[in-house]
Design a protein around this ligand. Structure first.
Ligand SMILES: O=C[C@H](O)COP(=O)(O)O
Ligand SMILES: CC(=O)C(=O)O
Length: 210
């Protein structure tokens, strides 16, 4: 799967830090029911890799990738556990090299023009903007459109329902990532129904932007 295809799956990319692998399947099903077919499961918690494995085996209609992939070892672990693509908060030669070696899409994180140039000059034209609002949000993405018209972004970090439509209105934004769509409280209470409701509401709010 190409990084372009990954970023065109859904306007919302849930960024998830799972505390328990048992929550993986119910959460994936709740997101699918709510119309979201992509999950970025971060490697920030020990449950992350197992969750990727469980979902990729049981639910082929859910596109599951890894987030918080910081080096080649994380990248390989994620792919060994079934990750179809990889997101990183940053960009490095090591990550790009591993993406080529494994032939698995890498969506690196960028926050400056120099990082965009590093990505672009190595053929990575689909990037995360992280941390999106702190890095300059809507305005920096608009500015990147000048020198880098072919680049496409997934802003992540500080995105929520109140600003997602601004991001998605930009030509160089294909989707936006965030944790808000999977609230910690819902996970704590295992209220997966509420997560489906939130997804449906969010998708209705951004309708017309898709
Ligand atoms: O580290 C943060 C995640 O990448 C997503 O950011 P968020 O919690 O502001 O949505
Ligand atoms: C923040 C982010 O993009 C990541 O953890 O992959």
């Amino acid at each position: 799967m190409t990084s372009e295809a990954v970023m065109k799956l859904s306007p919302i990319v849930p960024v998830i830090a799972l505390e328990s692998e048992e929550d993986a399947l119910p959460l994936a099903k709740a997101l699918l029911e709510g119309g979201i077919n992509i999950m970025e499961i971060t490697l920030r918690t020990p449950a992350g890799l197992k969750a990727i494995e469980v979902i990729s085996k049981a639910l082929p209609q859910m596109h599951v990738g890894a987030g918080t992939v910081l080096n080649a070892s994380d990248f390989k672990d994620a792919v060994d556990h079934g990750a179809a693509f990889v997101f990183s908060p940053g960009i490095s030669e090591e990550l790009m090299q591993t993406s080529w070696e494994l032939d698995v899409a890498l969506i690196p994180g960028v926050a400056t023009a120099s990082e965009v140039m590093l990505a672009k000059n190595n053929g990575f034209e689909h990037c995360k903007l992280f941390p999106a609002t702190l890095a300059g949000g809507f305005e920096i993405l608009k500015a990147f459109g000048g020198p880098f018209p072919s680049m496409r972004f997934c802003p992540t970090g500080g995105v929520n329902l109140s600003n997602i439509n601004d991001f998605l209105s930009l030509e160089n934004v294909l989707c936006a990532g965030g944790s808000w769509i999977v609230p910690k409280q819902c996970m704590k209470e295992k209220d997966f129904k509420q997560i489906t409701t939130l997804c449906i509401e969010a998708m209705q709010t951004i309708k017309g932007k898709i």
